[in-house]
Each structure stands twice: as structure tokens, then as C-alpha cells.
Design a protein around this ligand. Structure first.
Ligand code: HEC
Ligand code: HEC
Length: 476
């Protein structure tokens, strides 16, 4: 909660800064475009910026945690009875007071107040004992689909209010979408996220032009989910393209507003949500990473910086007096990390084809999904806090990332009592010899999409150089 309040203050203070960014956006130049232009290293290409709408950060925070971009949910009365009050309510007021940070209190078209899931379900997480808004969730369990919880809330609503009640109608859109997408969005292990697949599965159920709900899938949705590790929001301000493979082009607000697809009735509702999202983007652009909370050895870190600037900066940018970020997409053959996320878009064109011709892909402020054959070399700000590493969260620590031979094949962290490993930089973990059936906490890197290979750029460092580099990474 402390951090929620902190973020809130920052949002207000940073509104002026955001207005500055807004001016750039208005001129059609994304802030990241200011970075120096140079010849991209072999096996990489530069992702060019696109025009962004300006927004008001303080209003964006308000919409994020009070807004109705998800417009259906469990009636507040039912929700409060089942869940009780939470301290982690982001210091919100009114109906949202005491409501867990993952939900907004929203009034639906029927006039019913409901608890509707918000972006922080996936884009907030606890580390070192505090909730950090913008840190990607790395602990939720998506291994089984939530049909039973959804059905239980539905039944409670039905029993309390009756089948024809506004309360039951207010709950129906979210119940219906959960039932439709549930079977398609399960992961093999706890901690990784199925968001890409949520959108593909929702798209299969929505008419492209007016976004109305369809009773059956209009295209085939594969059952397999490619896992991702939710990226930190504070990186977005440097990026020219969203998502791990640089898929998200055009207007970032339009792209991000697609969360509304969970519950919206039609494209008129999507248009109303869309007008508020430039503010949400402006707020996200004000976010800074949390500082490393343990001591840092400045001498080691200074030596690590030299190594970083020699070997890593060409892809990941520089973090000193003059910050640069080259916005590079690195080809699959060059990076060598698990290719399935990138390849799944090429082999399954239905979703991005749907998106680009849908309401979301229309001018002005169109979003576009452009699959690529590589991964974005991300900014490394706050990298200490964002374990596990790589797009699929397959590597538990920085030390393992920088020594590919040392990466554990089957590993397990303690989710109930996550302990930070200061030496390795990341999660403390144990290795396993085998995965028993029903084990949902051991990360099995031999599964498709879950591979931990590639990114061998730290392999030829000696142990001392690697330790210096990790120390430097903690300062970012
Ligand atoms: C179910 C979990 C989930 C929810 C809910 C969710 N996101 Fe995300 N978000 C993700 C994941 C996972 C990714 C990374 C996907 C990828 O790159 O393939 C992501 C990526 C993003 C990115 C791009 C970040 C980058 O650096 O490329 C933005 C911006 C974003 N989300 C904004 C939002 C907003 C705003 C909301 C609420 C309206 C939201 N998200 C709701 C899981 C979620
Ligand atoms: C040729 C470009 C390139 C070079 C050189 C490079 N990286 Fe990377 N790095 C990438 C790409 C691309 C990814 C994302 C790969 C993925 O997620 O599959 C990545 C991912 C990472 C990550 C994980 C990010 C996260 O949030 O999970 C870290 C940490 C990292 N690199 C550090 C380094 C360090 C330290 C060096 C220098 C020793 C280095 N990289 C050199 C391209 C590069």
C-alpha cells in the first residue's frame, strides 16, 4: 500500500513531466526516438517509433484504479462478503476503500456496483515486503482454469438476487468470457502468464467490426499456451514497440485498451474506453523502478559498468549520465532463446489478422500487431526486481542468465516465502531431478515454450567479471 500511495504522489508530481512527453507525442515523435542513431549490430534491426497521443498522468492513475475499462464483475456486496476488507487497497476512497488493489469498484450499465478486475491483477507484485505497482506479477497460478471460482460467484449472485436481477445481468459478461477462454489459457507452471493467449481467445469470440460477442469461436484457438513473464511497466517509456517480440505497433493507448475485450458490449464502449487510455499511458510513462534495497559494492559495480558498456550496451543501451536505448529487435538465430512465442504468431495468423482489421486497427490512432522473428532487447532499468528472466521467465537469477551452462533445467522457488538471492541477483531456488505428475511449481525448461537456452553473451566472462557485472546491474 505504501508504494501505491507513493506511485500516486509521483503521478501528480510527474503530470508536468508527462505533459512534456505529450508535446513530443503530439508532434508524432515518441520520446525514445531522441536516442542516438547508429548502425545496428549484426543480427538486429532498429524498431522505429510511431506517433503517440498525449495524456494527463494524474487522470491516468485515477482511471487505472477507479475506471470502468472492465465493465462487469461480481456485485460488490457478494464480493465483500466472500473476500472481506484488504489493507492493500492503494489508499483508495469511496467504494474502492478496502478493496484489494486488483479490483476496481465499477458501476455497470445496469446500475450495479461490482468488483471488476483491473490491470494491476498482472501489473503489480510484492517484492521485499512491499507492493510495487508496475512490477509484473510473477506468482499467480494459471495452471488450472478458474471455472469453479467464477461459477461459485455466479451462484452466490443468483441465489442472493434471483435470475432476472440487474446483479445477475451485471455479472454475465465476465462470467461468459471466463467460461469461453478458460480452457485455452492454462500454463504448465505457477508464476508465468497467459496474457497473449487471453487476447487471442477473446478475439475468436468477438466480431471484428463492432466487437460484439459471438456464441462460438470464429477461428480455431490452439489449446497450448506460450508462457510469458509480465514485463515491468517502467520500461515502456523507452520502447518504440510493445511486447516481447515487438508485436505492438502504432498507438500504445489503443493497443493497451484491448483489456476491455474481456467484458465490453460493443465498439461504442471500446471507443469510450479508448479516449481515456492516453492518460493511462502518460501515467505509466512516469513510473521509475524501485531502487535495490540491499547494500551495493560501488567498486565492484564500477568495474562491472566497464564490462557492460563493452559487451552489453550495444543491445541494451547505456544508463549513465547520457541514457541511450537503441530499440533493437534481435533475430531468433542471434538470440537463441526459446523461439515458440515469436513463431506462434507466424504459424497462427488468425489473431493478429483479426486484430488489424478489427475496430482496434482503424484510424485515427490505430493499433497494429506486426509479428516478427525475434525478441526485443529490453531496457534493464530495475532488472534486479524483475526475476525470473527472459520472456518466458525460465531463468531464476542474473548469475544463471549470464552463465548459460549453469542454468537449472528443473527448478522450483518457494512461492509462499519468496527469498531474494543477493549474490546471484534473483530468486532463491532448488533444483529437481524430475517433475512428478501434478507438480505445478517446478519450472520444467524441457517443455515447448519453456526453454532456457540462448542469450550466451555472458558465458565467456570469468566468475569475478560476472560478479562485477551483476553488481552493476543492481544499480540500474
Ligand atoms: C492477465 C494479465 C494481464 C492483464 C490483466 C494486463 N496485462 Fe498488460 N501485459 C501482460 C503480459 C503477460 C504482457 C507481456 C506480453 C508480451 O510481451 O507478449 C503485458 C504487456 C503490457 C504492455 C507492454 C509492455 C512492454 O514493455 O512491452 C503494456 C503497456 C500493458 N501490458 C498494459 C496493460 C494495461 C494498461 C492493462 C489494463 C488495461 C493491462 N496491461 C492488463 C499481462 C497483463
Ligand atoms: C545481441 C544483443 C544482445 C546483447 C549483446 C546482450 N543482450 Fe541481453 N538480451 C537481449 C535480448 C534480445 C533479450 C531478450 C531475450 C528473451 O527474452 O528471449 C535479452 C535479455 C536480457 C536480460 C533479461 C531481461 C529480462 O527482463 O528478462 C538481461 C538481464 C540481459 N539481457 C543482460 C545482458 C547483459 C548483462 C549483457 C552483456 C553481457 C547482454 N544482455 C548482452 C539481447 C542482447
Amino acid at each position: 500500500m505504501v508504494s501505491g500511495l507513493l506511485s500516486r504522489c509521483r503521478a501528480t508530481v510527474a503530470a508536468t513531466a508527462a505533459a512534456g512527453l505529450g508535446v513530443l507525442g503530439g508532434l508524432g515523435v515518441a520520446p525514445a526516438a531522441v536516442a542516438q542513431r547508429s548502425v545496428p549490430p549484426p543480427g538486429t534491426r532498429i524498431l522505429e517509433p510511431s506517433a503517440q497521443r498525449p495524456g494527463d498522468a494524474a487522470r491516468g492513475w485515477d482511471y487505472l484504479v477507479y475506471g470502468d475499462y472492465v465493465s462487469s464483475g461480481v456485485p460488490l456486496e457478494v464480493f465483500r462478503k466472500a473476500a472481506g476488507a484488504s489493507d492493500l487497497d492503494l489508499g483508495r476512497s469511496g467504494s474502492a476503500q478496502g478493496l484489494l488493489y486488483r479490483f476496481n469498484a465499477v458501476r455497470t450499465a445496469e446500475g450495479v456496483e461490482v468488483a471488476a478486475p483491473n490491470c494491476l491483477t498482472c501489473h503489480a507484485e510484492t517484492i521485499s515486503g512491499r507492493l510495487v505497482v508496475g512490477l509484473g506479477n510473477n506468482s499467480d497460478d494459471h495452471t488450472s482454469h478458474q471455472a469453479s471460482a467464477v461459477a461459485a460467484a455466479g451462484l452466490a449472485t443468483l441465489l442472493q438476487f434471483g435470475a432476472e436481477s440487474p446483479e445477475v445481468k451485471a455479472y454475465r459478461p465476465i462470467q461468459q468470457s471466463h467460461q469461453a477462454i478458460g480452457p485455452f489459457i492454462t500454463t504448465r507452471v505457477r508464476g508465468v502468464n497467459p496474457a497473449d493467449k487471453i487476447f487471442a481467445a477473446l478475439a475468436a469470440r468477438r466480431n471484428a467490426e463492432d466487437l460484439r460477442w459471438l456464441d462460438k469461436n470464429q477461428f480455431d484457438v490452439p489449446v497450448e499456451t506460450v508462457p510469458t513473464d509480465v514485463p515491468a511497466w517502467w520500461l515502456m517509456k523507452k520502447k518504440n514497440a510493445l511486447y516481447y517480440i515487438g508485436l505492438g505497433r502504432g498507438d500504445f493507448a489503443r493497443l493497451s485498451s484491448a483489456s476491455g475485450m474481456l467484458t465490453l458490449r460493443d465498439s461504442a464502449e471500446a471507443a469510450r474506453i479508448d479516449t481515456r487510455f492516453p492518460d493511462v499511458m502518460a501515467w505509466i510513462r512516469t513510473l521509475e523502478p524501485p531502487p535495490y534495497p540491499h547494500p551495493i559494492d560501488a567498486g565492484l559495480a564500477a568495474r562491472g559498468r566497464v564490462t557492460f558498456e563493452k559487451r552489453c550496451a550495444k543491445c541494451h543501451g547505456t544508463y549513465s549520465e547520457r541514457e541511450t536505448y537503441p530499440n533493437l529487435l534481435v533475430a531468433l538465430e542471434t538470440i537463441g532463446t526459446d523461439p515458440l512465442l515469436a513463431r506462434s504468431y507466424a504459424s497462427r495468423p488468425e489473431y493478429h489478422t483479426w486484430y488489424n482489421r478489427s475496430w482496434y486497427g482503424q484510424a485515427p490512432h490505430a493499433g497494429r500487431l506486426e509479428p516478427t522473428d525475434g525478441y526485443v532487447a529490453p531496457p534493464l532499468d530495475g532488472i534486479w526486481a524483475t526475476a525470473p528472466y527472459l520472456h518466458n521467465g525460465s531463468v531464476p537469477t542474473l548469475e544463471d542468465l549470464l552463465d548459460s551452462g549453469q542454468r537449472p533445467s528443473l527448478w522450483q522457488r518457494d512461492f509462499t516465502n519468496s527469498a531474494y538471492d543477493e549474490k546471484k541477483g534473483g530468486w532463491k531456488y532448488e533444483t529437481r531431478a524430475a517433475v512428478e505428475p501434478g507438480d505445478r511449481v517446478t519450472y520444467d525448461t524441457t517443455q515447448p515454450g519453456y526453454g532456457n537456452g540462448g542469450h550466451e553473451f555472458g558465458d565467456d566472462l570469468d566468475a569475478a567479471e560476472r560478479a562485477e557485472l551483476i553488481e552493476y546491474l543492481k544499480t540500474l
